[in-house]
Design a binder for this molecule. Sequence first.
Ligand code: AHR
Length: 502
Amino acid sequence: MNSSANARIYIDTKRAISEISPLLFSGFAEHMGRCIYEGIYDPASPHADQNGFRKDVLAALRELNYRSMRYPGGNFVSGYHWEDGIGPKELRPRRRELAWQSIETNQFGTDEFLQFCREINTEPMLAVNMGTGSIQDAANLVEYCNAPAGARFSNMRAANGHREPYGVKYWCLGNEMDGPWQIGHLDALEYAKKAREAAKLMRLHDNAIELVLCGSSSSQMPTYPEWDRIGLEHCWELVNYHSMHYYAGNLAGDTPSYLALNAVLEDYIDSVSGLLRYVKAKARSKHDVYLSWDEWNVWYKAREPKDMRGNWTETPHLIEEVYNLEDALVVAQWLNLFLRKADVLKIACIAQIVNVIAPILTKGNNLLKQATYYPLLMFSQMASGNSLDVLVESPRYETKEYGDMPLLDVSAAYDPAANKNTIFIVNRSLAERVPLEIRWQDAKPKRFASAQQLAGDDPKAANSWDNPNQLITQAIDTPRIIDGAAQLSLPPLSFTALSVEF
Ligand code: AHR
């Protein structure tokens, strides 16, 4: 098909890939820059509630409806002693925090985080320190969170005002331990053995927990995918998920290629999925391990050393990336990919949730929603049920990096409980409208229930404090559905989310 032709999407609501795990719409909060302090927790703010949490931030996080939240890092966790962050606040130590060279006051710790999760109705996902921390420290934290009162660490929790166990289900076995930058970095075999022993001890406290093994910190690492194979072969039966991390960017200033980056991301997830099958087959195992893409986002503009060092101050402004339209379209396509890979991908956490490479920013008493906020919102609100294997015929375009690529990137879902079909479409074209026919093959929808779009002329346009609503979702007019088909026209540089009722 050439670039002036029409596009077609064929939908069969019975052609399911898999049920969509709600945890694909999860977040990540790290003690870094102004994510926790001045982001989530700011007792001095006029927005603070009785716990010191910013109510305006809580409201935005509730709207995004993150289903789980990974915490406390990131690189931070590899030097973190969780006992610093519990008990009376005036007794908690101020520490020189080495990952981001900042001062950590420890005024927010495990109990505050778990309270915060309750406030925004999200499942906590705690990471343990596999850098400077021991396997004993990791097991003690599980006891603190999940064991009934009556022993040393569970009694500490009760003494801190939380008699009932929290029952934290999701746990990460460290963070990016393959990275030479990581505090206490380990080679693959060292990590595999430590993770296995930590998992064993943690499970002795609570065998209902689900564990995430560290995978490579990106597909670009020289040790990828051997790192992943070694970890998985050692830990297969003890873990439930294997992590992936990736940060995207347009350093080359090549927007057509940047908008086709899903080619790389799709290849990454397919390779790691292949590895899971290989290890399972080699182990002759009946156990399954799924993927947890627990750090993903665009991050390339605020990447200088000065953006990542806090100069030993509290709450420095670190990596406060500003997101534009092309970034939002990359985020929308990443979410499309998550739906298309819903059979193997069960958790995905955008990194991060406020101020630090985040969809929302705070400044004084104000809050700004960045362009990336809107695709997250649309998916979180609309994608449920089963993801669908749809057939897409799309005009194509030429990219420097990936050759010939389709102009449209598409995912879809069908929720049998609501009898609702949602379709998510990115038009990657910088200049061309794409006429589109959607044809339903097994059932005839009655009408569009909702149709929303994020679009603009300038890929570099971004929301700012002076112009906060330049990029927001708009409701669009929808055509009638006649004989199981509808005709639309998608503007260039757009993301459209449609839902139909049967
Ligand atoms: O999210 C910022 C940092 O990126 C995290 O701390 C680390 O895991 C990754 O390299």
